[in-house]
Design a protein around this ligand. Structure first.
Ligand code: SF4
Ligand code: MG
Length: 329
């Protein structure tokens, strides 16, 4: 079995008062193979981050709750682990990087302290060994003068440098899975490319898998092996990266692809998708994309389309393809 992570029928709901329920993640299933980079894409509000926080079991409860489904890492059911065991999984088996490293780095401790702390806690290293390993890790993530950086505080570094430090911390325990939630969104374009390349290098060096959460289809094209497109708390298309770009099926994916900046195009005229993701407590009865879809038919307003595998490893949730495939759920 080469599956690392398997998520099945995941439903993460939020009780938002007055009996209202926001179905932020609503019956999501997918798997990540060992060594694979899977991108989870969609606009903000589509349920990407709630999916990753569910995997980490970091959903604030209340108001949030995983109401159904299973999440397993190498066959071990994460939802039934004790909080102590889950803390170990978070430190050792799953590493995380977020959009703004300033919020995950502690401003009052040096970079060195924070890496050393993590290594002592999770790898049970002595202080001196941890310090040496911290210097090594900083070199691996591209700091030529690691001995200097290690003594600095987060605010002394640029955004890109802080993100390198976060990658060093995330990789310090050699995780099986790296979850990166919009890791380059706050960075400028040249630094973005460096950070993405670094993540891919690290993945190859450490043999980990990556779940990359992004709204940026350009980032997806450069990094992912396989893509999951999420909308309204559900997966609407899933395909190997090449097929997603060259044989796009879902109208939402088509719209997302039009948002990629292109050198030939004036950036100010870049298209955004008209309309908004519906709030998770007000999903329509039928297809959740219907209000924004240029192909919407009467049936789309009445019935939620099912996710169908219409070509090898290519799944889509849209009534336009209703006659083409077999249900996978
Ligand atoms: Fe558009 Fe209908 Fe397909 Fe939804 S099911 S994406 S509304 S065509
Ligand atoms: Mg998010």
């Amino acid at each position: 079995n080469d599956q690392l992570l398997e998520v099945k029928g995941l439903k993460t709901y939020f009780h938002i008062g007055k009996g209202k329920i926001a179905k932020a993640v609503d019956d999501v299933s997918f798997a990540i193979k060992k060594g694979e980079t899977v991108a989870l894409v969609g606009e903000s509000g589509s349920g990407k981050s709630i999916t990753s926080l569910s995997i980490m079991r970091l959903i604030p409860s209340p108001p949030g709750e995983i109401v159904e489904g299973s999440i397993s890492l190498e066959g071990r059911d994460l939802l039934s682990l004790s909080e102590d065991d889950m803390t170990k999984v978070r430190g050792n088996e799953i590493g995380m990087i977020f959009q703004e490293p300033m919020t995950s780095l502690d401003p009052v401790f040096t970079i060195g302290n924070q890496i050393v702390e993590s290594l002592m806690k999770h790898q049970k290293l002595k202080k001196k060994e941890a310090y040496e390993k911290a210097v090594d890790l900083l070199k691996i993530v591209g700091f030529a003068r690691a001995e200097k950086i290690i003594k600095e505080y987060p605010h002394q570094l640029s955004g890109g440098m802080r993100q390198r430090v976060m990658i060093a911390i995330a990789m310090s325990n050699n995780p099986k899975l790296l979850i990166a939630d919009e890791p380059t969104t706050a960075l400028d374009v040249t630094v973005q490319a460096q950070i993405l390349n670094l993540m891919i290098d690290m993945k190859e060096q450490f043999g980990s898998s990556i779940l990359l959460i992004t709204h940026d289809m350009g980032v997806v094209a450069e990094t992912a092996d396989r893509v999951l497109v999420m909308y309204g708390g559900q997966i609407v298309e899933e395909a190997p990266v090449r097929d997603l770009f060259l044989k796009t099926k879902h109208p939402y994916t088509t719209a997302l692809l039009r948002t990629i900046p292109n050198i030939d195009v004036d950036l100010k005229r870049l298209e955004s998708i008209p309309g908004n993701v519906p709030p998770a407590h007000l999903f329509p009865k039928g297809c959740r994309f219907a209000a924004r879809c240029t192909h919407a038919m009467a049936k789309c307003l009445e019935e939620i389309p099912r996710l169908l595998e219409i070509e090898n490893n290519h799944k889509v949730r849209c009534h336009l393809y209703a006659s083409e495939g077999g249900a996978v759920e």
